[in-house]
Ligand binder design. Structure first.
Ligand code: NI
Length: 215
């Protein structure tokens, strides 16, 4: 083979390599675009998942809950208290409708009490369960509740009422959590059909559940 023939062969080889590289790159970009989560009508994806600090809370029958439990299934987390006169029962009733409408068997709902002084594990468990048999309620020691609320950036404020009673002001945000942490937030007012449609769209884009406790 002449010198020029060798050079031509090398050029041809390089061109083939470049074409293969471009095709691979195009394939990867297409895959990336394919994985871009759809925009939500009633909520917002966080720019990146917000990690949650580990926690130890207690539900009905003494069952303990930690961050590892949140990694086992996509979960909607809502903070409130069983004595809440309106916002919590309204939100949980809507979540029960959303849960039925979205028909997402894998999606869990966890109600976290921010009133550990009055909400025993049995009380909060029974309360959540009353809205939907699959809903779970948890509470814990006051310092643990404060830490979890801080982790989710939930504002909690005890308000004294005349006569020695008190109520709790709290954020009414619904958090969508996957093994990476908080991935999306939903803020009131909650519209049942829109929220159900959002969740059906969002769940396929969540990180797969982790069966085992992360180390
Ligand atoms: Ni409430």
């Amino acid at each position: 083979m002449s010198i020029s023939g060798t050079v031509r062969t090398r050029w041809r080889g390089l061109l083939v390599l470049a074409a293969a590289g471009a095709a691979l790159l195009g394939f990867c970009v297409a895959r990336q675009l394919d994985r871009v989560a759809p925009s939500l009508a009633s909520g917002t994806w966080l720019p990146r998942p917000r990690a949650i600090a580990d926690f130890a809370l207690i539900g009905a029958n003494g069952r303990t809950y930690s961050r590892a439990d949140l990694a086992r299934a996509p979960t909607l987390v809502y903070f409130g208290f069983t004595h809440c006169p309106d916002v919590c029962p309204t939100t949980l009733a809507k979540l029960a409708q959303v849960h039925r409408l979205a028909a997402l068997a894998t999606l869990r709902v966890l109600f976290v009490s921010i009133d550990p002084g009055r909400d025993t594990p049995e009380a909060v468990g029974r309360y959540a369960h009353a809205f939907d048999p699959s809903f779970e309620g948890v509470t814990g020691r006051p310092e643990e509740i404060r830490a979890v609320a801080r982790s989710f950036a939930v504002a909690v404020n005890r308000v004294e009422l005349p006569g020695g009673d008190y109520t709790m002001d709290h954020s009414a945000v619904i958090f969508l959590v996957d093994p990476r942490g908080i991935v999306a937030i939903f803020t009131p007012p909650f519209e049942v059909p829109a929220l159900a449609a959002d969740l059906r769209r969002a769940v396929p884009y969540l990180a797969p559940p982790q069966e085992r406790r992360p180390t």
